[in-house]
Design a protein around this ligand. Structure first.
Ligand SMILES: Nc1nc2c(c(=O)[nH]1)N[C@H]1C(S)=C(S)[C@@H](COP(=O)(O)OP(=O)(O)OC[C@H]3O[C@@H](n4cnc5c(=O)[nH]c(N)nc54)[C@H](O)[C@@H]3O)O[C@H]1N2
Ligand SMILES: Nc1nc2c(c(=O)[nH]1)N[C@H]1C(S)=C(S)[C@@H](COP(=O)(O)OP(=O)(O)OC[C@H]3O[C@@H](n4cnc5c(=O)[nH]c(N)nc54)[C@H](O)[C@@H]3O)O[C@H]1N2
Ligand SMILES: [Mo]
Length: 765
């Protein structure tokens, strides 16, 4: 019996060999350097590793695919900052092993699906296009031309362009992303779901509504000059390690750091800068001046308590709020204050799970300072009330006038290295009309203005057979999305699933009737085209656009760039009916940038501006107090306390990243800072909660979530006792995505609520 799509979608439930120790308080340091070197030497040859290490995040080098944290403006030309997880990310991509026809002849799709994600990732770089015919057990090689024709035939056979889904992950460069969305729009749909839908969509929604731009407002320089930086729902020590260097600088300049997180994450507590030999010897900087061990999803409650206390002081003594700013630049203040007064400070504080002593400490820091920056990531965006979380933080900044001035503002810390750029150049299922009009003017076709599918809608549509072709530009859809079993059925219902990828992943194994794997060049590789070696560009978390150029020879001769793949598919699909000369772009990416310059705001003279060593800043209204909202002002908003409650025996679970993974790519099996080694199937639990359930360390449990009467299960996890607030627990994504209900997502943003899944834990006897 062959394995079903649902079985293939699940990660194997077997155990490795768990060892757990006390978590670390210090991050980076010597161990980090040793780990990075170990990773590189296992999977790459030394000459390549050296070449990469000297070119990462530098002028003329390539942009680290690890995260979207910016490089210092003035220092991009100096030696790249050391980052353990950046090095792991490039070692993963620049592996010297490749897989092609022989590999797929040897291993059936069923067999590969029984491998762990770690093993799948370590099989090597994809080396040639592969095709899985209907009912076949093995992928077989296919030429690029045949593959493009195959995609074109399937797309053209659809009754309606809206029956196709075009996903994007966030590593795709501006050039490839622009062409991809252009093709999709000319094909006739705006079904452009992307990883952002599962990531910072809630930030985009909240910030657009309140401040008129879906991106953060601060620069790196602001961060250095802030008096207070809040790091909320983010684990920079693992996911944005270079941010710690910036926070260290903030502190050196006298700024204070407040960390708000259910877990005392190592990087937030203490950091040993690997760039500083003295720090390596003396043991590092304490990063957080105050640590707030908040209960999962307690953020609106906590910040409401802060707002209430600020109001109390303002009414008692005045001079707390920035009244001049509020009067000149904001809208909705009175309604906001009236609403705020309906809440009770003590009740809010209780709901947040934070002690009075810690509350007071944080409150004083906020009260006494006016240059405040708030940084956040997935701990805020992956809840049903995610948009409220962020709007409430904006309320705080508005009251303090902490926006659009030096050392103050919003800092949503992006995930994928070009997720922000992809959205800027048009990967958007609900792009603004002004952008669509520009496309019409430039190319002479009318893009549909019907909103397309976001990730959640796309899954539903495929499940209901309303969408029949899935194309993924990067990413690992099945492992990244919620509700694994439902989503596996959705993909299986498709006629064709296509993935443009660098590495093998589970999405290549959970397929439609037919499937294609189209292997592409990665960031680290040179991109040779007719007009010579190509440069591409990306946008970092702070809106700086700069170049990226690979330094290694491609790992196989049979790879195409993402740009070339898009041109090939577009040409094969649209043929003579296209108004765009698709094939010219792949020969010379300057032509793509000339088009972007005409269509996308802020990119005038794109090719010329890119020549500046540190790149260029895109326009940002919030940064200069020009709020392009519907009211023309920065908007205060009213946000409710979340209403959910736990039933007896339930815990609220957040699905988080270990130190050894990049999203669904598993670098290794350790989570060093949290003291977990050699195992991913674990659940971090509060020790009191363990006791209540008669659970001991390393006991094996099964997890169940119930949502609207539907029960979802994930089996075989080992319990690890941890400093996590009562009634809260944590597991790793993607192993527990099977428990995340598809219908549980952020209001207005549709970000899956993968940080607040209600579960029960059952001991396996
Ligand atoms: N090495 C590495 N780097 C990465 C990634 C990776 O997987 N590996 N992924 C990239 C991507 S795409 C992204 S989006 C980012 C992700 O970066 P993060 O958002 O830092 O990643 P998560 O592991 O999801 O961590 C969320 C943090 O929020 C906390 N948290 C969870 N729920 C709550 C809550 O309700 N309130 C508060 N205040 N905190 C909460 C968790 O304890 C955890 O510390 O990193 C990017 N960089
Ligand atoms: N439960 C739960 N689910 C989550 C999250 C969570 O915190 N909890 N986080 C969500 C978030 S924030 C995100 S961003 C998504 C991530 O979702 P995705 O972006 O879909 O997933 P990744 O794991 O980053 O994708 C990895 C794959 O991308 C391909 N790849 C790598 N580099 C390149 C490249 O340069 N070009 C191309 N074409 N392909 C490349 C490789 O084949 C690799 O296997 O997951 C989301 N899912
Ligand atoms: Mo992300």
């Amino acid at each position: 019996m062959s394995t079903t799509s649902k079985e293939k979608a699940l990660t194997p439930e077997t155990f490795e060999n768990l060892k757990s120790t006390k978590p670390q308080v210090n991050s980076v340091g010597f161990k980090s350097i040793a780990t990075a070197i170990g990773q590189v030497s296992k999977y790459m040859n030394t000459a390549d590793a050296l070449k990469l290490a000297t070119k990462m995040n530098q002028k003329g080098g390539f942009d680290c695919p690890g995260c979207a944290w910016p490089d210092p403006d003035d220092e991009r030309s100096s030696l790249g900052e050391f980052c353990e997880n950046g090095i792991k990310a490039i070692a993963e991509e620049a592996q010297n092993k490749t897989i092609g026809a022989d590999f797929f002849e040897k291993h059936s799709v069923d067999e590969l699906s029984s491998w762990s994600d770690f093993e799948i990732g370590k099989s090597g770089r994809l080396a040639e296009p592969m095709f899985l015919p209907e009912d076949a057990t093995h992928y077989q090689p296919m030429s690029w031309e045949a593959a493009f024709e195959k995609v074109g035939q399937h797309l053209n056979a659809l009754d309606n362009p809206d029956e196709a889904v075009f996903y994007t992950s966030g590593r795709t460069t501006n050039e490839a992303a622009f062409l991809y969305q252009l093709f999709v729009r000319e094909f006739g749909t705006s079904n452009l779901p992307d990883c952002s839908n599962m990531c910072h969509e809630a930030s985009g929604s909240a910030l657009s509504e309140t401040l008129g731009i879906g991106k953060g407002s601060v620069t790196l320089d602001d961060l250095y000059k802030a008096e207070v930086v809040l790091v909320v729902g983010q684990n920079p020590g693992t996911n944005h390690p270079r941010m710690l260097t910036a926070l260290e600088k903030t502190k050196k300049n006298g700024g204070k750091i407040i960390a708000v997180n259910p877990l005392p994450e190592a990087g937030l507590i203490k950091f040993t800068n690997p760039q500083s030999p003295v720090k390596l010897l003396t043991g590092g900087t304490q990063i957080a001046d105050a640590f707030v061990p908040i209960t999962i999803n307690g953020d609106v409650a906590f910040f409401k308590a802060i707002l209430l206390k600020l109001l109390e002081q303002e009414e008692a003594k005045g001079n707390v709020f920035d009244t001049a700013f509020i009067n000149e630049f904001t809208q909705g203040y009175d309604a906001f204050i009236t609403d705020l007064k309906t809440y009770d400070l003590d009740e809010c504080l209780k709901a947040s799970g934070v002690s009075e002593a810690i509350f007071t400490e944080v409150f004083d820091l906020i009260l006494n300072n006016n240059k405040i920056i708030i940084c956040w990531a997935m701990g805020l965006t992956q809840h049903e009330n995610a948009v409220d979380n962020i709007r409430e933080l904006v309320n705080l900044l508005l009251l303090k006038g902490s926006i659009g001035k030096e050392g103050a503002g919003t800092c949503p810390v992006r995930g994928h290295s070009n997720v922000q750029g992809d959205r800027t150049v048009g990967i958007w299922e609900s792009a603004p009309q002004a952008f669509l009009d520009k496309i019409e003017t430039k190319y002479g076709f009318k893009p549909t203005n019907k909103h397309g599918f976001s990730v959640i809608d796309a899954i539903k549509a495929m499940y209901e057979k309303k969408a029949k072709v899935f194309i993924g530009m990067g990413g690992n859809f099945i492992s990244a999305v919620p509700d694994t079993l439902y989503s596996a059925q959705a993909l299986a219902n498709c006629n064709l699933t296509v993935h443009v990828s660098t590495k093998l992943n589970r999405s290549h194994l959970v397929t439609g009737k037919e499937a294609l794997i189209l292997p592409c060049l990665g960031r680290t590789e040179k991109d040779y085209q007719k007009s010579g070696e190509q440069v591409q560009s990306v946008e970092n978390s702070m809106g700086v656009v700069h170049t990226t150029k690979g330094v290694l020879e491609p790992c196989s001769e049979n790879l195409l760039s993402e740009v070339a793949v898009v041109c090939g598919i577009a040409h094969a699909t649209l043929k003579a009916r296209s108004k765009v000369s698709w094939l010219q772009y792949k020969d010379d990416y300057n032509l793509v940038r000339n088009d972007i310059a005409e269509v996308v705001e802020g990119f005038t003279d794109y090719n010329k501006k890119l020549k500046q060593p540190s790149g260029f800043y895109l326009p940002n209204g919030a940064r200069i107090r020009k709020f392009k909202t519907k009211t023309g002002k920065a908007n205060f908003t009213k946000n409710n306390l979340p209403k959910w409650q736990l039933k007896e025996g339930e815990l609220v679970m957040m699905t988080i990243r270990s130190h050894d993974q990049f999203n669904t790519t598993i670098y290794g099996l350790d989570d060093r800072y949290r003291g977990v080694f050699n195992e991913r199937r674990i659940i971090f639990m509060n020790r009191g909660d363990m006791k209540l359930r008669s659970l001991e360390a390393h006991d094996v449990v099964n997890l169940k979530s119930e949502y609207n009467g539907v029960i979802r299960e994930a089996n075989n996890f080992k319990v690890v006792g941890y400093d996590i607030p009562k009634n809260c627990c944590a597991t790793y994504f993607p192993e527990t995505n099977v428990l995340v209900p598809l219908e549980s997502f952020a209001h207005t943003a549709k970000t899956p609520a993968s940080k607040s899944v209600k579960i029960t834990v059952e001991k396996v006897q």
